[in-house]
Design a protein around this ligand. Structure first.
Ligand code: HEM
Length: 377
């Protein structure tokens, strides 16, 4: 694709695909020609589901200057120096999850179910300021929101279950934000509720709610997949990689960057052309949807030597796993920290890590890359 059809129109999806590193970067560098706002798509229809509508008004789907204003509300909380203060607490959370898994599993555990999934959910709940007694409810809503329909469930039942969880969660956050407006604390919910914008006001109720949902949706399943993908990459690499990385923080950090390149948890993102534009001889028209394939850009042999090889010590490594430009992942420092902690704790807890003999089912999403479960022994 990158060689023969680097920019192509997919008639079924009614969108363009862009595959090469250079082209992907060019698009992400140019917010004026390539917008994130879905409402600019020529065939846009407002979604029936109010939850989805809320997300469209968040930073992820807004262009500057509104984008910058919204991102500014929570930006400080995601800076590495702010997160560093909480590192040892996060480490305790991961260690507790591993202890529970070892106690329950008798030598076997599932990386996704026991660690990679619950860890980021718990961390974001803590950062938001969801009290411990509400964690179970909170986790149940997240479970439902990211789950696919179960085998014995019809489409309508599934949609109902999803909407019910969305409604309960929305109600919970609206109340919590109201509470923080009255009694601010040292947590993200308070920032979201009280930060003053350039017009002197604060985020509206809907915008505040959208922000909470975005932080949950954008941060959980992605980090889950980074952690699980890293275990897979490390297990498939040479036999002593786990040993070499144990206790080597810098080596682990480099190997995680290579995981983000080689098995990018977010494979693609969407942009909308705001004017007619020509790329590689193809004319993309104003209002057309463009799928920007990060996963492909990260394997572009024009940019990376031996691009299809997992090299844990690759450096420099300017992958696009967290995107690029204005919308570069807000949670990148958090995701990196969580992955470093999770993998560090896992390596410390087990002498030898081997993926158990089991069929690995891919995550049920075409944009997120990972596996549904990952048993190890
Ligand atoms: C944006 C990937 C973890 C919050 C993005 C984008 C990518 C990405 C590719 C760019 C989207 C675009 O340009 O359209 C990832 C990956 C993660 C991860 C691979 C884990 C390995 C997180 C976490 C959080 C988070 C932990 C927060 C809790 C966000 C937000 C945006 C974003 C709020 C929108 C930023 C903006 O529009 O300015 N992420 N993400 N992400 N991510 Fe992440």
């Amino acid at each position: 694709m990158r060689d023969d059809d680097p920019v192509r129109y997919d008639a079924d999806r009614r969108s363009w695909d862009v595959f090469r590193y250079e082209d992907v970067k060019r698009i992400l560098d140019d917010d004026e020609t390539f917008s994130v706002n879905p409402r600019l798509t020529s065939d846009f229809v407002e979604p029936d589901n109010p939850g989805e509508g809320l997300i469209f008004d968040t930073m992820l789907f807004q262009d500057p200057p509104r984008h910058d204003e919204l991102r500014g509300v929570v930006d400080d909380e995601f800076q590495p120096r702010t997160l560093r203060e909480r590192e040892s607490h996060f480490r305790d959370l991961a260690a507790d999850l591993l202890d529970d898994a070892v106690a329950d599993g008798g030598g076997r555990m599932d990386v996704v179910e026991d660690l990679a999934y619950p860890f980021p959910v718990t961390v974001i709940a803590e950062l938001l300021g969801v009290p411990a007694e509400d964690r179970d409810r909170f986790k149940r809503w997240s479970d439902t929101l990211v789950s696919a329909a179960s085998d014995d469930e019809g489409g309508e039942e599934y949609a109902e279950r999803q909407q019910q969880a969305q409604m309960e969660m929305a109600q919970y956050f609206v109340e919590a934000i109201g509470d923080r407006r009255e009694n601010p604390r040292d947590d993200l919910l308070s920032e979201i509720a009280t930060t003053e914008l350039s017009d002197g006001g604060t985020l509206s109720r809907e915008e505040a709610l959208g922000m909470c949902i975005l932080l949950l949706v954008a941060g959980n399943i992605t980090t889950t997949n980074l952690i699980a993908n890293a275990v897979r990459c490390f297990a498939e690499a040479d036999a002593d990689l786990f040993d070499r990385l144990r206790g080597d923080e810098r080596g682990l950090t480099t190997a995680l960057e290579e995981t983000l390149r080689y098995r990018s948890p977010v494979q693609a993102m969407t942009r909308i052309a705001t004017e007619d534009v020509t790329m590689r001889g193809e004319t993309i028209e104003e209002g057309d949807r463009i799928i920007v394939w990060l996963g492909s850009a990260n394997r572009d042999e024009r940019r990376f030597e031996d691009a299809d090889e997992f090299r844990p010590d690759r450096s420099p490594n300017q992958h696009l796993g967290f995107g690029h430009g204005t919308h570069y992942c807000l949670g990148a420092p958090l995701a990196r920290l969580e992955a470093r902690i999770a993998l560090g704790e896992l390596l410390d807890s087990a002498e030898d890590i081997r993926i158990a003999d089991a069929e690995l089912r891919p995550t049920r999403s075409s944009f997120v890359y990972g596996v549904e479960s990952l048993p190890i022994r």
